[in-house]
Ligand binder design. Structure first.
Ligand SMILES: [Ca+2]
Ligand SMILES: [Cu+2]
Length: 321
């Protein structure tokens, strides 16, 4: 179910606490916007979500005010982190990652195989945040695009260095809604207000023909679309965004009827077939399409294991107010 959006990595690295070797940076609020706390109605008010994702019931959570990056972390920002710390991502260490077939820029011999059940995801030797489409690609022209091929653990390491932290799932949804409670998208209920695209998803016939109506086949620059009312760009579409929480499809059902304050689920959550705890991802990506994966709604949830990386997973950071 979750693999339709972003495949899981098989082939774990030796070091699971990737942040431990990274120096902790002084707290920084650079690039962040203030999000007022309060009572949040969280969950899918339209009953459109996938049953297994646990997008309902709508329930109340109370949040303290917090700060959130206006954009996802860019390749330029991640490059500074890697240069200053010598950090090596999990995909770099294991030597491969998942690339969407239409973006591939690699020699035939570099393609190791296809993801089970999702043949449009190719396992590519040498694909990493530095070479997002494969060994022949680079980030030279993608400096203001979101960093991808980063695992949840890689994101934790970056946050530690940056003096920031990952948002909780509740913070992510509250920030992404931009004050529009119960709305389907960060800008309202209509996908195309005045006929204009407000996010980078898939148009056309998935996974072979993209009409490029929104202008982008793969990732778009992080500020390519207008922000929501809180000043956040592209909370839906473009790339999936890691949240701090462990994922559980029963989280919302468990909370219903009680007012939860500053919720964070963890460390126990759902586990995949290999017994690995899964982490929350939010927002959908450039591959989402209503015929295939209706997860570009603001209430949509997905998950992946902490070591997984692919060409459509990135993150943004938060901070206490
Ligand atoms: Ca697109
Ligand atoms: Cu999707």
């Amino acid at each position: 179910m979750s693999s339709c959006c972003a495949p899981s990595t098989t082939g774990a690295t030796a070091t699971t606490d990737r942040a431990a070797g990274v120096p902790a940076g002084a707290r920084s609020t650079r690039g962040q916007v203030a999000v007022p706390g309060g009572l949040l109605r969280m969950g899918d008010a339209h009953h459109e979500g996938y049953e297994a994702d646990g997008e309902g019931p709508v329930h109340d959570v109370r949040l303290s005010s917090f700060l959130m990056d206006a954009t996802t972390v860019t390749n330029a920002q991640f490059a500074t982190f890697a240069k200053q710390t010598g950090y090596v991502t999990e995909a770099e260490e294991i030597g491969f990652s998942a690339v969407f077939h239409a973006l591939l820029d690699a020699a035939p011999g570099d393609v190791m195989g296809q993801a089970t059940g999702t043949p449009w995801w190719l396992t590519v030797k040498g694909a990493s945040w530095r070479r997002p489409a494969g060994p022949r690609s680079s980030i030279t022209d993608l400096r203001q695009h979101p960093v991808v091929h980063v695992s949840w653990r890689d994101a934790q390491a970056y946050c530690r260095w940056a003096g920031k932290r990952l948002p909780t799932e509740a913070e992510w949804e509250h920030a992404a809604r931009g004050g529009l409670e119960g709305a389907r998208f960060p800008w309202g209920d209509e996908l195309l207000p005045k006929g204009r695209w407000r996010c980078n998803i898939w148009q056309g016939t998935f996974p072979t023909h993209n009409t490029l109506d929104d202008g982008h086949l793969g990732t778009a620059p992080v500020t390519a679309f207008v922000p929501n009312a809180h000043g956040l760009h592209q909370t839906v579409g473009n790339v999936w965004e890691w949240c701090a929480d462990a994922f559980s499809p029963t989280t919302y059902a468990d909370r219903a009827g009680t007012e939860v304050v500053d919720p964070l689920v963890g460390p126990d959550g759902s586990v995949d077939d290999d017994g690995q705890v899964e982490r929350v991802m939010r927002g959908g990506s450039y591959l989402c399409h209503d015929s295939y994966c209706y997860r570009y709604r603001v209430a949509a949830r997905s998950r992946n294991t902490a070591e997984s990386a692919s060409g459509n997973i990135g993150f943004r950071c938060a901070n206490d107010a």
